[in-house]
Every structure is written in structure tokens, then in C-alpha cells.
Ligand binder design. Structure first.
Ligand code: NAD
Length: 495
């Protein structure tokens, strides 16, 4: 059984708390490893290492930091297949999905390598006579990232490349369910030549997280995970004087207007609903069918679902892997049962699919005629369950999305440019797709939702990422007129 330790001060460090968590291969249902869970003392030691590394790292030139980022980028790219393999084994997603996650993460490293341009300040000459004003963005100190299981490589890469490039030191607390990929990526930072203590990985659960949130030397906390935990992270961090961004749960709607290309919309719904077994914060959970497109759309989605192959993520024929745990599979099944009981129509029932072995598999599921009061609609299921809500008009669809408590991503499918433009204007969500079902912004924009999908303020990565990881300093300076100098500088003198 593989053992996953901490990586502190550039060194693999075995846990001393005596607490460990199980790590499974969801495709077999078997435990494949154990992860150390840090105590308060071990957490303090990680913060001390990051704090000790900070003064020299913030004084390191931008030229050197940029070079290291480039080297790191090359190492991640060269080891893509190995990172994808580690993701797939512990998460269960297919290898192409895992590789896609690394590709999106690479974008963030590339953006972070442009740190010099992105944190440059402004300069105003002669604000008053002889007075100049300028500003700069400086790093914060020890910074922290706490990440979910569903993107064990990409989500950490949303955070630490920008944080570290800006001159902070960093402690990553990855999900204890699949720690292998983030540990490996942190090892690549070592290999790239980042000084010890700049990037640290601390494995743990709530004990480690709560210590990080209250530790006086931690200056900023970036979190991605479920809504209740995000709320806890934000409230605790703020109460302890830290800046915080906490990205949370989602229930993303895709509205399909009567003029949409049905084939395109059905393909999009299937890919965005069942990719990574629906365990994506930008997955489509609800298809909002406007008017008489509902029947042909449900039929087209159903047809495509028949072709989906569910199986181990490392097999080339697999379209959809298992869920993360057996417990989660039971939870997903419970929502489908509740939907059926509440009167929704289960068109394709994932509970019916039979699998050999003990993997945490659940078949893709389509539920039609879902109404907003049903738990299948109100709750984030985070599994391969696609709901269809039928509405008569565009306005009804817009109101439905606005009244949902989350507002992460959304999409419209239509051939009408004017309707699409109006949707972009009207809709309550942080990220919007036009005939694009999963509108994850490219690395030089920023990622974030509205409503209960985000606690805190700035969005993650891109320009807002650099703002989050730095603070502004404004300098107002006045120099005496050189002609008044007591030393002859060669300037015209007044006397
Ligand atoms: P989670 O909230 O259970 O765990 C996230 C992190 O918080 C993990 O590192 C975990 O160890 C830690 N944690 C869990 N419970 C805690 C507690 N009580 N106190 C302190 N720390 C705690 O989330 P998950 O199940 O790993 O991930 C799935 C969730 O993440 C979904 O809700 C999904 O929508 C969300 N997510 C959101 C985004 C986004 O960008 N908005 C992206 C990815 C995932």
C-alpha cells in the first residue's frame, strides 16, 4: 500500500500524528494507500517552514522567479502522462479527462510566468510640484490553498503558480481522497529549483485546515470545495484577519431555446452532464428546455446516453469512470429515488446498470419533468444525474436560474445572436457560455461564480488571482529641488 506523506521545506516528511486516511482506487473499490493527516503541531511546523522561506523568496528577483516558473512549466508538460495516470487511479476519471485537467493547469502556470507584467505598478509624475506618486504590488507572506478531490491537479494550479510567482510562500492542503497528483506536482517544483519552503504540501483533514485558518502567520486562504465548508472557511479566515476566496458548490443550468441545433445541444448536455461522472463544479446539472424543443431534446439526449461506456478510467473505451467513494454513490442513488418519488420521470436510470467487482460505479441518469421544489433540483448532487426542467418561455428560464442559490456557470443554446446577447446581459451567473456548455475561462481571464458559488470577493487565477495574492503599496515622494543642494551637483544654483 502506498503511503502519502507531507512535503515540507523541500523534503518528504512522514507524519507523526498517528492519524492516517484511506485512499481508494474507485475503479476497483480497493484501498490502495494511506495518507498522513497532520496534527496542529505538524501544521505549525509547515507554517514555520514557509515563514522562514518568505524573506529570501520575496527578495528574489522577478527575473529569477520567472525563469523558475518556465522550468516548472516545462517539467509539468514533460510529465503530463504521469500526472494524468496519478489523477485517474485515485479519482477514477478517464485518462483523456485527466490529461485535459493538466492542460488547463498548464495555462495557469503560463499566465503566472508573466508575473512581471501582471504586478507592475503605476507611476504619476508631478502629482504636486516636486511630488511623484507610484504604487506597487507586494506579496503577503505565507499563503494557503485548500483543494477538493475532483480536480487534484488543476485546482491547486489555479492557486499556487500565481501566489508563488508573486513572491509568497505556499502551503497546499490537498483533498485527502486523492493526494498523489498534487504531491507529484510539488515535487516537480523542487526539481525546477524553487528554494526549500517556498512550496509545501501538508496532508490532512479538518484539524490541519482549522489550524491553518487560525494561525497568525497565515495571511491568505484560497479554497475550492463544497458550499458548507466554503462558508466555514470564509467565516473563520475573516474572523482571524485573513483575506479569503472560497469557491463553492454549483448547480449549472443550460437553457435551450426552441431554435437551437438539437444535435449540438444534446451532445453538449451529454458531455457536460456526464464527463468526469458529473463530478465537476462546471458540469451541467439542469437542462432548461424552452417550449416545444423539450420532447425532441430529451429523445436526442437519451439516444446519445445509450452509447456511453462506463468503466475504469484507464481503459481507452471508457467514456465515464466511477464516483469517488461508495458512500457518494449511495448519496447519488438516494437523490434519484427521491426525484422519482416526488413525481419526476426517470428516463434513464443509472441505478439499473450492473457492474462486475466493487468499483464505485453509477450509470448516467436522465430525469425529466423535474420541478424546482424537488431535492434533485434544490441540492448539488455532484454525480452523473442530468435533470430536465421544462418551461414555456425564455423569461421563465431566466427567473429559474436567478432564483437558484448558486451561480457558477450557465449556458444558452440558440441560433439567435440577439437572444444570446440578451441572455449574457440578463443571466445571474459568474461564467456564461454561448453554445459552449462548460465555459471555464482561459488562464488569462479569471474563474469564479456568483451567489453561493463564491464566498469572499476576488475570483481565482488570471488577473484577479494576482490581485488576491498581492497587496498594494502607494508611495508619495518629494525630493528637494536639486538647485537648492548644499553640494554643487552641476545644476544651476539659486545663489
Ligand atoms: P469538500 O468541501 O468536502 O472538501 C474540500 C476541502 O476541504 C478538502 O481539502 C477537505 O479536506 C476540506 N474539508 C472538508 N471538510 C472540512 C471541514 N469540515 N472543515 C475544514 N476543511 C474541510 O469538497 P469535495 O467533496 O472535495 O469537492 C467537491 C465540492 O467542491 C463540490 O461541492 C464542488 O461543486 C466543489 N467545487 C467547486 C469548484 C468551484 O470552482 N466553484 C471547483 C471544484 C469543486
Amino acid at each position: 500500500m502506498e503511503r502519502f506523506h507531507h512535503l515540507i521545506n523541500g523534503v518528504t516528511t512522514a507524519g507523526t500524528s498517528g492519524n492516517v486516511g484511506p485512499v481508494y482506487n474507485p475503479a476497483t473499490g480497493l484501498q490502495v494507500g494511506e495518507v498522513d493527516l497532520a496534527s496542529v503541531e505538524e501544521t505549525d511546523a509547515a507554517v514555520a517552514a514557509a515563514a522562514a522561506a518568505f524573506p529570501a523568496w520575496r527578495a528574489t528577483s522577478l527575473a529569477t522567479r520567472t525563469k523558475l516558473m518556465y522550468r516548472f512549466r516545462e517539467l509539468v508538460d514533460a510529465n503530463r502522462a504521469e500526472i494524468a495516470r496519478r489523477i485517474s487511479i485515485q479519482h477514477g476519471k478517464t485518462l483523456p479527462d485527466a490529461d485535459g485537467e493538466v492542460a488547463r493547469g498548464l495555462e495557469n502556470i503560463e499566465f503566472a510566468s508573466g508575473v512581471a507584467a501582471n504586478i507592475a505598478g503605476r507611476f504619476t509624475e508631478q502629482a504636486s510640484t516636486g511630488v511623484d506618486v507610484y504604487d506597487m504590488r507586494q506579496p503577503l507572506g505565507v499563503t494557503v490553498g485548500i483543494t477538493p478531490f475532483n480536480f487534484p491537479a488543476m485546482v491547486p494550479l489555479w492557486m499556487f503558480p500565481m501566489a508563488v510567482a508573486a513572491g509568497n510562500t505556499f502551503i497546499l492542503k490537498p483533498s485527502e481522497k486523492d493526494p498523489a497528483a498534487s504531491l507529484y506536482i510539488a515535487e516537480l517544483m523542487n526539481e525546477a529549483g524553487f528554494p526549500p519552503g517556498v512550496m509545501n504540501v501538508l496532508n490532512g483533514d479538518r484539524i490541519a485546515v482549522d489550524r491553518l485558518l487560525t494561525h497568525p502567520d497565515v495571511k491568505a486562504v484560497s479554497f475550492v470545495g463544497s458550499t458548507p465548508v466554503a462558508r466555514h472557511i470564509q467565516e473563520t479566515s475573516v474572523a482571524h484577519g485573513k483575506r479569503v476566496q472560497a469557491l463553492a458548490g454549483a448547480k449549472n443550468h443550460m437553457i435551450v431555446l426552441p431554435d437551437a441545433d438539437i444535435g449540438l445541444a444534446a451532445d453538449a448536455a451529454v458531455n457536460a452532464g456526464f464527463g468526469s461522472a458529473g463530478e465537476r463544479c462546471m458540469a451541467i446539472a439542469v437542462v432548461v428546455a424552452v417550449g416545444d424543443i423539450a420532447d425532441p431534446l430529451v429523445e436526442a439526449i437519451t439516444q446519445r446516453m445509450e452509447g456511453l461506456v462506463v468503466g475504469p478510467g484507464d481503459q481507452a473505451s471508457t467514456d465515464m469512470g466511477p464516483l469517488i467513494t461508495g458512500e457518494h454513490r449511495e448519496r447519488v442513488a438516494g437523490y434519484v429515488a427521491a426525484g422519482a418519488e416526488a413525481g419526476a420521470e426517470v428516463v434513464v436510470d443509472g441505478r439499473d446498470l450492473e457492474f462486475e467487482g466493487d468499483g464505485f460505479y453509477f450509470g448516467p441518469t436522465l430525469i425529466d419533468r423535474v420541478r424546482p421544489a424537488m431535492t434533485v433540483y434544490t441540492d448539488e448532487i455532484f454525480g452523473p444525474v442530468l435533470s430536465v426542467v421544462r418551461v414555456d418561455t425564455y423569461d421563465e428560464g431566466i427567473d429559474l436560474i436567478a432564483s437558484n442559490r448558486w451561480g457558477n456557470g450557465t449556458a444558452i443554446f440558440t441560433r439567435d445572436g440577439g437572444a444570446a446577447r440578451q441572455f449574457v446581459f440578463d443571466v445571474d451567473a459568474g461564467m456564461v457560455g454561448v453554445n459552449v456548455p462548460i465555459p471555464v475561462p482561459v488562464g488569462y481571464y479569471s474563474f469564479g461564480g456568483w451567489g453561493e458559488s463564491l464566498f469572499g470577493d476576488t475570483h481565482m487565477y488570471g488577473p484577479e488571482g494576482f490581485r488576491f495574492w498581492t497587496r498594494n503599496k502607494v508611495v508619495t515622494s518629494r525630493w528637494p529641488d536639486p538647485s537648492t543642494s548644499t553640494v554643487d551637483l552641476g545644476f544651476p544654483r539659486n545663489d
